[in-house]
Ligand binder design. Structure first.
Ligand code: ADP
Ligand code: ZN
Length: 592
């Protein structure tokens, strides 16, 4: 049975081995068991249902929440030589009917369906003629109110499946592992004695770091500048922030796009495509961006603001490095984010029990930002994995080599100023007073008469604020809740003011510059890929993934069979692109 699966894997997708999690899930499905597969983003969920779909008789329905995902997946499958189609609200009834008829004639093995379609009765009737052997439900956590992406139409899935003339095999796929979500999936989707598999959540090629007290804008700019030619996603919390950051980066000459729900469909589509096609290497976006973006060569994901939950964080950060090549996930923490998120949760009309749940999740996210333990271990334990080594050696905390400086004097100045202002003001005003500003509010309140007025005159206001942020993250200071947070002193400041304790700060992280040699074979293959992609009107990563190009560059295959042995080169791609890539490799080899 596994032989067949491996043959399909090699023939269409060009891979020689299944990953451990995939093998278990595929075996379970081929044995005919309903299956719940919990796999982190990038672990290879799609193949886990596509391979069974290709082996089963009849048609597989793939339920998938986003229209953009469907079109992408159908396009990508086409490149692999697999014919599939999608049905969503963008089609007329006639088109829908004709696609179903074609599937009935065996022209499509997979039909991607938006869950909203299931709400119309006529759709169920249309499907009656079809031999549906398997229903694969992608992003299955959308069925749960406890998840972070609840979609009411997912609740229709259970009854829909039950209503089919012959009950198909059901597979549910998600990256969310919490117990409540798991139980909801089993119950609402009415899975029959499901086999449950939780794939290792580790993504060894991702380097995680969480940075506190950085000047976020400066960091972002320097990072993006140090990684030219590389694709990255910058997540920000609000539309306004997205617009501002994109304008900021563009103003500095960086090709950056933006994406959020406030833009119209066309603008969004355009931004998304520019990013997928590597035309704008950087995209600044809210969390509306990404579900279903399976661009495999994203080299970094920077969170400019902290997300609400670890699930959301790991899913968004996990969009980096799906091709298995090294990639970075950086979270820029600032205490204001916590205040804002808490405020938003408290303002919602959620049931009190759910509010408590959300606040707890938020706290777990904040803890992640503050831990000095290995970040990978922290993540994996959160997702329920035990036996994780103490140190991974490949996260910001394991390899923190930043220099430590003594900032006791600055801290004392800030603490006394807050004390003299009676802890009744926000961070901005405190910074103005320390700087010695002549702003009206400062003068009106007679703060220019305080002994702490202007005692940090040499520093920039932003640096003073950065320093305060750092002191907040280290629990010397605290921001109150609410829309206009006040800055307060914590007990930890007392020994510092008395001169009995010192305060240390790690200086800003050094950003390593990536050097790119345009003459290297890898870069030449990338350039060729770009040309082909433009010609085929496809995103470059759909031609070949970065790691496939890397393997080509390392092994320099000289003829077709050698090229076919490279991971990611299947029969169809060999036919379509083999000649051009072999020629480029040969030209390079001759030149050296
Ligand atoms: P998920 O849906 O779980 O986020 P994908 O299905 O998009 O992940 O797969 C992530 C990447 O891993 C894709 O680029 C895919 O081609 C690659 N991949 C999946 N399975 C394998 C495999 N067995 N061997 C090599 N690469 C694989
Ligand atoms: Zn680590």
């Amino acid at each position: 049975m596994m032989d067949k699966a491996l043959r399909v894997l090699q023939k269409y997708f060009g891979y020689s081995q299944l990953r451990e999690g995939q093998e278990k899930v595929i075996t379970s499905l081929l044995q005919g068991s309903d299956t719940l597969a919990i796999m982190p983003t990038g672990a290879g969920k799609s193949l886990s249902y596509q391979i069974p779909a290709l082996l089963f008789e009849g048609v597989t329905l793939v339920i998938s929440p986003l229209i953009s995902l469907m079109k992408d997946q159908v396009d990508a499958l086409k490149e692999f030589g697999v014919s599939s189609t999608f049905i969503n609200s963008s089609l007329t009834l006639r088109e829908t009917r004709s696609r179903i008829e074609q599937a009935g004639r065996g022209e499509y093995k997979l039909v991607y369906v938006a869950p909203e379609r299931l709400e119309t009765e006529s759709f169920g009737e249309l499907l009656e003629s079809l031999h549906i052997s398997f229903v694969a439900i992608d992003e299955a956590h959308c069925v749960s109110q406890w998840g972070h992406d609840f979609r009411p139409s997912y609740l229709r899935l259970g009854p829909f499946i039950q209503g089919l003339p012959r009950r198909p095999l059901v597979g549910a796929f998600t990256a969310t592992a919490t117990e409540g979500v798991k139980q909801d999936i089993i119950r609402h989707l009415r899975l029959h004695n499901p086999k449950i598999f939780v794939t290792g959540f580790d993504r060894p090629n991702l380097t995680f770091s969480s940075l506190r007290g950085e000047n976020k804008k400066v960091f972002l700019l320097e990072y993006v500048q140090a990684h030219p030619e590389q694709c990255g996603i910058v997540y920000a919390a609000t539309r306004k922030e997205v617009d501002a950051l994109q304008a900021f980066l563009t103003g500095k000459g960086i090709k950056a796009g933006r994406y959020h729900a406030g833009m119209n469909d066309m603008e969004r589509q355009e931004s998304q495509e520019d990013f997928l096609y590597d035309r704008t290497p950087v995209i600044v976006a809210t969390n509306a961006f990404g579900m279903g973006i399976d661009k495999s060569n994203v080299r970094y994901v920077i969170h400019f603001n902290m997300p609400k939950t670890m699930e959301a964080y790991y899913q968004e950060a996990g969009r980096a490095g799906r091709d298995g090549e090294p990639a970075e996930c950086i979270l820029l923490f600032s205490p204001q984010d916590v205040v804002l998120q808490r405020h938003m949760i408290e303002q919602t009309t959620l049931h009190p029990e759910r509010k408590v749940n959300e606040l707890k999740k938020l706290q777990e996210m904040v803890d992640y930002c503050h831990t000095t333990r290995c970040l990978r271990k922290t993540i994996l334990e959160y997702f329920g994995e035990n036996d994780v080594p103490e140190e991974c050696g490949n996260c910001g905390n394991c390899k923190d080599d930043r220099e430590t400086v003594d900032i006791t004097v600055e801290a004392q100045k800030i603490f006394s100023c807050i004390y003299r202002m009676r802890e009744r003001f926000g961070m901005n005003l405190v910074a103005e007073v320390l700087k010695g500003s002549r702003a009206k509010k400062v003068l009106d309140l007679k703060f220019d008469q305080l002994s702490t007025y202007g005692i940090m005159r040499q520093a920039a206001v932003q640096d003073i604020k950065d320093c305060m942020n750092y002191l907040i993250t280290e629990n010397y200071l605290r921001l109150t809740a609410g829309e206009y947070p006040l800055i307060k002193l914590e007990p930890k400041v007392v020994p510092v003011l008395k001169g009995e304790a010192k305060v240390f700060r790690k200086v800003a992280r050094k950003i390593e510059k990536k050097n790119i040699d345009p003459q290297s074979l890898f870069e030449r293959l990338r350039a060729l890929r770009r040309t082909i992609a433009a010609r085929e009107k496809l995103p470059p990563y759909m031609i070949f993934a970065d790691n496939t190009l890397r393997e080509m560059a390392e092994t320099c295959p000289g003829e077709r069979t050698a090229l076919l042995r490279i991971n990611g080169v299947g029969e169809r791609k060999l036919e379509k692109y083999g000649r051009e890539f072999l020629a480029e490799i040969q030209a390079y080899v001759q030149g050296h």
